[in-house]
Design a protein around this ligand. Structure first.
Ligand code: SF4
Length: 509
């Protein structure tokens, strides 16, 4: 399939005349064409197509169809039918009345090309530029919020996960070494992994489930060892399905040497499995993770939207960032602001929810000339939630002397400065003497540590004084109440395709 870029076609006269008769005031689609023109051009997509082969359907039209499709929530099949039958679509796509359009599979093939060439954001950025050219983009005041994106998969319990992972690996091997595989695997495996592993077909009693988990574990190790021991088959271990098998087995099983010198395979205890950010939850999507936010549990990803919220202009999405489901919002703020600045969309005021806000973020935003605004997170310590307990605000910090005085008048004995591993920002750790705390009459209001000693942790002075600490009553935490994130008006045009297109290529940051 090759691209023969053609100059943009004028709207055919008969199509234009008929649309003017039937839709004298126009609709969203025709107004979009009248206002923005074709938005895309074939030249933008030149790198996605080879120079030889059958001519491809004009990609500028496919890009517009993709926008319309998501604007109207249509499947590929319905979108292709609308190209054939809708006058307003023909008008926007500059097609003759008799034009039959294209087969619906062309749309998924077009999206696959965009993903393969890492051009997922091109549709978004071009549309945004068109809005900018028409003076619709007012980036002065923007806000960011996130929502969950479901992976295209069913939720698997642990037994389903290990069984399904091995089945997918066997399926994959069957496509490359069908005959060798028949010789390697025992006959019983056909019954065990011949069909999708689903809860309905699994045993219910706990002993039977444990036994099956052990059998699946042994089968997986047997398969991997067989491939490892055969130099001709060895490279197959690098195939994605086999790499996934290795990772899942590493996370879910452990091998122990018994007293008789025999290696035993055991399913790990739940608390022994890796944390959610690295734990695989399906063999079908390597980057999907299980997460929970307030009352929402999901497996998949998280997407962060930033939109203009200037009263005077339309609410256009200016930035979309897809991350793993487990990545905290506060870690994305820096990337969002950096990318907005790189696109000349630096906000003067950046409104965020508490999850995005941190002292470090406030300092860094200030350095970028951005006023980061949002409610500070309440401290989660028991002292800040108990009426007469001593939270950080009850202590006096003497920065020059590098010491802290407690409510009982005792001075700290240890002051240590270090960088937090995940933010790489400096933080201070303070400790009081064991003898003072253990003999203190106020101890029950101050610490519940087993050691009986009070410790404190807070950010470095710059961050502390700039942002105020949530424990300190003199901050204006909670001053800014964010309006509900309504989003999705004109912006719906912009971001919808991007979610679909970005998802498979995420996690590259
Ligand atoms: S427990 Fe220790 S830090 Fe807390 S008030 Fe008493 S002496 Fe001070």
């Amino acid at each position: 399939m090759s691209l023969h870029a053609a100059p943009l076609a004028e709207i055919p006269t008969r199509t234009a005349e008929l649309v003017r008769i039937i839709l004298p005031k126009g609709n969203t689609i025709t107004q979009l064409r009248d206002c923005f023109g074709a938005v895309y051009s074939d030249d933008q997509f030149r790198s996605l197509y080879p120079t030889r082969g059958q001519p491809a359907y004009a990609p500028w039209r496919l890009a517009l169809v993709t926008i319309f499709q998501f604007l109207e929530h249509l499947s590929d099949r319905q979108a292709a039918e609308h190209v054939r039958t809708r006058l307003d679509w023909k008008y926007a796509l500059a097609l003759e009345l008799e034009d039959l359009g294209f087969h619906y599979s062309v749309l998924s093939e077009f999206r696959a090309r965009l993903v393969a060439a890492d051009q997922g954001e091109m549709l978004f950025n071009t549309f945004l530029q068109a809005c900018r050219d028409h003076h619709l983009l007012k980036p002065g005041r923007q806000r960011t919020d996130s929502t969950h994106v479901l992976a295209r998969m069913r939720m698997l319990n642990r037994l389903e996960l290990i069984g399904e992972t091995l089945r997918v690996a066997l399926d994959d091997l069957a496509t490359v070494i069908p005959e060798t595989l028949c010789q390697v695997i025992p006959a019983a495996w056909w019954a065990r992994y011949g069909r999708r592993v689903e809860e309905g077909s699994l045993p219910h009693s706990e002993p039977s489930r444990s036994e099956l988990a052990q059998t699946i574990g042994e089968d997986g190790f047997f398969l991997m060892t067989s491939l490892l021991n055969d130099t001709a088959l060895n490279p197959l271990l690098d195939r994605p399905a086999l790499a996934m098998l290795r990772q899942v087995w590493l996370q879910q099983f452990q091998r122990e040497l018994s007293g008789l010198g025999v290696t035993q395979i055991k399913l790990r205890a739940q608390e022994d499995t890796p944390p959610a950010e690295s734990r695989r939850c399906t063999p079908h999507e390597a980057e999907a993770r299980a997460s929970i936010k307030r009352h929402t549990r999901w497996q998949g990803y998280k997407v962060h939207f930033t939109e203009c919220c200037d009263e005077a202009g339309p609410r256009l999405i200016t930035h979309v960032k897809t991350t793993t489901a487990t990545q905290p919002d506060v870690q994305v703020n820096d990337t969002i602001q950096t990318e907005l600045i790189a696109r000349a969309l630096r906000p003067e005021t950046h409104l965020v929810n508490a999850g995005y806000l941190s002292g470090d973020g406030l300092v860094e935003s200030q350095a970028r000339g951005i006023d980061l605004v949002g409610p500070l997170r309440e401290s989660s310590s028991w002292q800040s939630r108990t009426a007469d307990a001593f939270d950080l605000s009850a202590f006096v910090i003497q920065w020059e002397q590098r010491q802290v005085t407690c409510p009982a008048g005792q001075v700290s004995t240890m002051w240590s400065e270090r960088s937090l591993s995940w933010t790489r920002r400096p933080a201070v750790q303070v400790k009081f003497s064991a003898s003072s705390c253990r003999n203190c009459s106020l101890q029950s209001r101050c610490t519940r540590a087993k050691s009986g000693v009070r410790t404190l942790g807070f950010p470095d002075r710059v961050t502390f004084e700039f942002s105020g600490h949530p424990n300190h009553r003199n901050t204006d935490a909670g001053r800014h109440r964010l309006p509900a994130f309504t989003g999705f008006t004109t912006a719906q045009l912009v971001f919808s395709p991007t979610i679909q297109i970005l998802r498979p290529s995420l996690c590259r940051t």
